[in-house]
Design a protein around this ligand. Structure first.
Ligand SMILES: [Zn+2]
Length: 270
């Protein structure tokens, strides 16, 4: 039951009680209503005291039997990102945003909002080059500058890095490690940036995910992904799946398909 539902029940219960006492004692309806309002106000004070920080831990409303990491690349974008954030918030899902440094530079308030709303920020380079084409120094600069911009805008120092186009090699991974990050590829690709891919296709791709999957989607470019979130959340709820965060795997964790050393865990458990 959500807090809003709890509050509505409280008001109804208070009104019923006040009504009853008005009947018994013969007091007026106005007085009864006053009492109901006072009771509600008291419950609101209590609620404010009890309310845990809403965005810590899991905010999912259903029991979790498995965890899927939702990841969104290439933002932040002034149209797609706010819409996506609203959908995630409404439907109780959290995600990892692999942001591009240049976009964070242009829209620092959106990057801050991503962090403020309980999502993770990760590094997707400064301006999205194919890192295999660059020398070691240029690769290092792409990673370092993006991290500096993200940290300055949000206070978050990224732990995760995703190479543009998934294009990587040992040289790139060495620079990622030297910058204190771990590379995160994906196990499910929505192809949501393609002109031919519809919202229904995005829903089908994400709902094919199961426990331990890392889903690649985007919050920049063709914007049909935010519209898919409601259906994704309904499917996850029906299957007992929750959104989780990428984490370093222990020896006894099931490896993610094609992603060595990583797993998906409940938010905040690392
Ligand atoms: Zn990208």
């Amino acid at each position: 039951m959500t807090r809003r539902h709890e509050r509505i029940l409280w008001v109804l219960a208070a009104l019923a009680l006040a009504d009853l006492s008005a009947l018994v004692t013969g007091r007026g309806a106005a007085r009864a209503l006053d009492e109901a309002v006072a009771l509600t106000a008291a419950s609101e004070v209590e609620e404010a005291e009890e309310a845990e920080p809403e965005r810590e831990g899991n905010r999912e409303a259903w029991p979790c039997e498995g965890y899927v990491a939702l990841t969104f690349d290439d933002g932040p974008h002034p149209e797609t990102t706010p819409w996506l954030l609203e959908e995630l918030e409404t439907h109780g899902l959290r995600a990892t945003f692999f942001v591009v440094g240049r976009q964070v530079e242009r829209f620092p308030e959106l990057a801050r909002r991503i962090a403020d709303e309980g999502h993770d920020l990760a590094n997707h380079t400064y301006d999205h080059p194919d890192l295999r084409q660059l020398g070691d120094g240029a690769v290092a600069t792409q990673l370092r500058v993006a991290n500096e911009i993200i940290a300055e805008a949000t206070g978050v120092t990224p732990r995760w890095f995703r190479p543009p186009f998934g294009a990587t090699n040992d040289r790139v991974r060495a620079q990622v490690g030297a910058n204190g990050m771990t590379e995160v590829i994906w196990s499910i690709d929505t192809h949501d940036w393609r002109a031919s891919v519809s919202e229904a296709d995005v829903v089908a791709a994400i709902t094919a995910a199961d426990d331990g999957d890392v889903v690649l989607a985007h919050d920049r470019g063709k914007a049909n992904t935010p519209g898919a979130i409601a259906a994704v959340a309904a499917d996850f709820e029906a299957r007992g799946l929750c959104s989780g965060e990428v984490a370093l795997a222990d020896e006894d964790d099931e490896p993610i398909l094609g992603i060595e050393g990583l797993t998906v865990r409940p938010w905040g458990s690392d």
